[in-house]
Ligand binder design. Structure first.
Ligand SMILES: [Zn+2]
Ligand SMILES: [Zn+2]
Length: 138
């Protein structure tokens, strides 16, 4: 399986995962906007057992997601880059695609579009959902 490698800006923390993500999303929820300082987060959904931190130690911040279950963000204490969010409701990590050294993935859907700012930019060729697609409770 192909191995994908990423890191924070300063390089203190590195991670990797193997194989293709289950999904790749642009998330326009309020939290992702605040987190990224932009209109969206580009997340690759990677099963928990395929993802590992390979260098350094991340810090974490936990919030309660829409599902009532925890979402745990892992970030570098030195440079504050967010590396991934652990979505406990789905047992996967939403890995920051923009932290990969060589990102080959493109978004497959836009989610939480109803929370997007008026100036948000949506890719024209992928499905767009107000919150989450049906049967994908996150
Ligand atoms: Zn760093
Ligand atoms: Zn989001």
């Amino acid at each position: 399986m192909e191995k994908h490698i990423g890191s924070c800006i300063c390089g203190d923390v590195e991670f990797s995962f193997e194989g293709d993500p289950m999904n790749s999303i642009f998330c326009y929820c309020k939290e992702c906007q605040a987190l990224t300082g932009s209109d969206k987060w580009f997340g690759l959904w990677v099963p928990k057992n395929s993802f590992k931190l390979t260098k350094g130690t991340s810090s974490s911040y936990t919030r309660t997601g829409d599902s009532g279950k925890k979402v745990i963000y892992h970030f570098c204490t030195s440079c504050s880059s967010v590396l991934c969010a652990e979505v406990t409701a789905g047992n996967f990590y939403s890995v920051s695609a923009t932290s990969l050294k060589n990102n080959i993935f493109t978004p497959k859907m836009s989610i939480y579009a109803s929370s997007a700012p008026s100036w948000a930019i949506f890719p024209s060729d992928v499905p767009k959902f107000d919150i989450l697609p049906p049967r994908m409770g996150g």
